[in-house]
Design a protein around this ligand. Sequence first.
Ligand SMILES: *[C@@H]1O[C@H](CO)[C@@H](O)[C@H](O)[C@H]1NC(C)=O
Ligand SMILES: *[C@@H]1O[C@H](CO)[C@@H](O)[C@H](O)[C@H]1NC(C)=O
Ligand SMILES: *[C@@H]1O[C@H](CO)[C@@H](O)[C@H](O)[C@H]1NC(C)=O
Ligand SMILES: *[C@@H]1O[C@H](CO)[C@@H](O)[C@H](O)[C@H]1NC(C)=O
Ligand SMILES: [Zn+2]
Length: 376
Amino acid sequence: MRVLVLALTLALPSAGQQHEEEAQRIMSTTPVIDGHNDLPWQLLLRFNNQLRLPQANLTLLNDTHTNIPKLRRGHVGGQFWSVYVPCETQNKDAVRRTLEQIDVVHRMCELYPEAFACVTDSAGIREAFQNKKVASLIGVEGGHSIDSSLGVLRTFYRLGVRYMTLTHSCNTPWADNWLVDTKEEVPVHHGLSPFGKTVLAEMNRLGMIVDLAHVSVETMRATTGSLVMVNFYNAYVTCADTATLSDVADHMDHIKKVAGAQSVGFGGDYDGVSGLPTGLEDVSTYPALVAELLKRNWTEQDVRAALAENLLRVFSKVEEVKKTLQGTAAHETPIDFKELEGPCRTSYGYPNGTGTARLPPAALVLALALFLSLLF
Ligand SMILES: *[C@@H]1O[C@H](CO)[C@@H](O)[C@H](O)[C@H]1NC(C)=O
Ligand SMILES: *[C@@H]1O[C@H](CO)[C@@H](O)[C@H](O)[C@H]1NC(C)=O
Ligand SMILES: *[C@@H]1O[C@H](CO)[C@@H](O)[C@H](O)[C@H]1NC(C)=O
Ligand SMILES: *[C@@H]1O[C@H](CO)[C@@H](O)[C@H](O)[C@H]1NC(C)=O
Ligand SMILES: [Zn+2]
């Protein structure tokens, strides 16, 4: 009898193992959709976006948080790739650099069609799940990327961008960033300026998800209805240099408690941050986090919601809003020229536009008159 019990104990997986196996089982049908990965930024820094360099091979790449084998082990079924460009590019080459990051994501999908499927809607994500590919979507990480232009915003949408973070760590000419809450920067718009509200309305009309990471509290209050995709960066998780998988699970538990399981998601920020929690070192580790949630008595339904269903629900809602707004005209009112930083800018189209190389005769006369009156 005793021997039998012992044998049984040995044969039974430990509780921990059971949760790991359960996580694998759940994720084989509901893989994770992660809201934020900065691999494209690494591709720029390391290879200047030359994807076909032998050392840039995404199967063999071994000193990034992300590569194709790790994505497979991590059961990643959907990824919003960030086309991040730093605030330093604001009023300089932000648009060009963002376009290049969008291009590198498209080329990832072309070069590794067995691993990635570039998609632009929730139906595309579900289809990629079926085909065991990483549904690849694009998120713009900071409103500075559109250079205060609704035309650029719409063009990004046409190129596949499906979310935009309103601000990164800088105010844009139309929205305040989180640094105003820490008093490191002065609030300018107290949330969104009137043009900022137009940007938001146009995003709704287009069907682009609004991402509120990095924005100020006042900017956040200007919006409603959401999902929190938990970031794994040590400094955000514990306000210190170190953290563990368990600390991240604490955040997810907290959000579940205050907002419900339907509000939780994953937004690892892999390849965008320097310090990651012990146990969550790279994109292969999502199943370990799921096992931890199961250990904390999350139901299978809660887990599937956090992995993918919440994001699919929010995305579908955004697509519905787009449908209800179909037929409404594009927002056209441009930002006031005075709200832009001028030195490197032309002003074509604005009433006192001075950007024309060949001045129309009337302006020429006016300029000449001005010049003469200055002389005398
Ligand atoms: C990592 O990749 C580089 C470049 O492909 C290769 O030279 C190196 O041997 C690899 N290292 C490991 C530990 O696989
Ligand atoms: C990457 O490396 C793998 C394994 O050596 C190889 O099969 C594949 O063709 C390479 N892909 C590219 C795009 O270079
Ligand atoms: C999970 O549920 C079990 C059984 O009801 C209970 O014994 C355990 O304390 C719970 N664990 C947590 C972390 O809530
Ligand atoms: C254009 O010039 C007029 C007259 O100087 C001025 O009142 C107006 O504010 C200017 N408009 C813009 C957009 O700069
Ligand atoms: Zn990022």
